[in-house]
Design a protein around this ligand. Sequence first.
Ligand SMILES: Cc1ncc(COP(=O)(O)O)c(C=O)c1O
Length: 288
Amino acid sequence: MSAYDDRDGKIWMDGKLVDWRDANVHLLTHALHYASSVFEGERCYNGKIFKGVEHSERLKKSAQMLDFEIPYSVEEIEAAKYAMLEANGWTDAYVRAVAWRGAGEDMGVSARRNPVRLAIAGWEWGNYYGDAKMKGAKLDIAKWKRPSPETIPVHAKAAGLYMICTMSKHAAESKGCSDALFMDYRGYVAEATGANIFFVKDGEVHTPLADCFLNGITRRTVIDLLKQKGITVHERHIMPEEMEGFEQCWLTGTAAEVTPVGQIGDYTFEVGAMAKDMVETYEKLVRA
Ligand SMILES: Cc1ncc(COP(=O)(O)O)c(C=O)c1O
């Protein structure tokens, strides 16, 4: 595949569809310098975006947490996503909406006079972790920590929160791992660089309390699916040493979907029946 800025197709930008290679911004875009940007990652299956409205609502809320308002309603954002998909002839694709403070009269930290912009692109994306769905992904433990809610708006899906994700993912990849697991500022197990985490012990599920990181839409969906199956789910603070006693593990996220984990640092997990069942149950649900 060619570079992401050099493809055929259409991107929705500020109210209209533009040619892929013309979807550009100026160098003095506020977001490029100060991370005043929020985004969404969504997947369209068989022509329907899974929980699309929830994603659009979260996009607008993320912007509000960063003190800006996206000048489009949820309905308008929904229509834009489908217009982009249709223009590219896709029924199965990843959808990336991004809103940011553009170039304008301000170029300092303050950005009140700059326009808020919105664009929606997409691409065809297979398994985020390659063949890990069968074998289980291998994770490194990140040296960075998810920050306190007093440090940054931790529940926003904001570009600035991904700086340590890229650094941690690079470190993981150079050790032959496909991702990194973060602890939070208190030392509890938090999440991976783009996905939430679940563990299984004695037939029950344990997942970190989402009190300082993104409470993923997939995370909430999987918790509901587990409860529907009568499985007890503990949302709680988890110490890293507890991983020793956990039998199974998986990640959840729009891109990751449900991906079993085989190893985190020195801790190992089996790709067991519950992990496999969640992969399948989630797959069925998104295509229902
Ligand atoms: C840091 C991070 N945590 C969790 C998630 C999972 O969120 P969702 O299931 O809403 O895609 C994502 C992916 O969007 C993410 O980037």
